[in-house]
Design a binder for this molecule. Structure first.
Ligand code: GLN
Length: 188
């Protein structure tokens, strides 16, 4: 198995480290031709979604990624990656790939609570979660499964081939979210 990690901006190295721990091969996606490589799954990391969208467009990767996800490529979006996947943004008019039937509120925890660490359930298992100026899921469509709720807010969701977390699973020592993603790929 080999996973492509979008590496134009943000926390991409940490995802590669987690997958290395799980003995899964990865490669960085920095330019359009990297998208021609065979991949079993794609990771859209955390970072700054506004910048990522701009870079994806400048590098002419926006439409190819959107199409791949729409035609079934398994994708994990974390934090800014969740924002990239969302069909709607409640408090911003920036573009996104709009592949996942969720509406997301950006920077949803305000400035004081910009970053925090907690333990909570993800798919029924308690795991550590690091939130950094995170979004949360404001509303989601019928085909979307909620996998985690923190303080009454939905922070992890799945819709078919797409998995999104508002927190950063790659910044803790738990590999559970990545393992869940790998299972999605295997069961495809
Ligand atoms: N606040 C960032 C955004 O809106 C996301 C932060 C993150 O990915 N840690 O894109």
């Amino acid at each position: 198995m080999i996973i492509g990690i979008l590496a134009v901006q943000g926390a991409f190295i940490e995802h590669a480290k987690v997958l290395a721990k799980l003995n899964v091969q990865t490669f960085e996606i920095r330019q359009k031709r990297d998208l021609d490589k065979k991949m079993d799954g794609l990771i859209l990391p955390g970072g700054e979604s506004t910048t990522m969208v701009r870079l994806l467009k400048d590098l002419d990767m926006f439409n190819s990624i959107k199409e791949s996800v729409e035609t079934g490529l398994p994708v994990l979006g974390t934090c800014a990656g969740m924002i990239l996947l969302a069909k709607g943004l409640t408090n911003s008019n920036q573009n996104s790939l709009e592949t996942m039937d969720i509406s997301v509120e950006r920077n949803a925890y305000g400035r004081q609570l910009g970053s925090f660490f907690t333990h909570n359930l993800f798919n029924g298992l308690e795991i550590p979660m690091t939130f950094i100026r995170a979004p949360y899921v404001h509303s989601c469509g019928q085909g979307v499964e909620t996998l985690s709720i923190v303080d009454d807010r939905i922070v992890a969701v799945r819709q078919k081939n797409q998995l999104a977390t508002a927190f950063h699973p790659e910044l803790t020592d738990s590999t559970y979210v990545h393992e869940y993603f790998l299972h999605m790929i295997i069961k495809k």
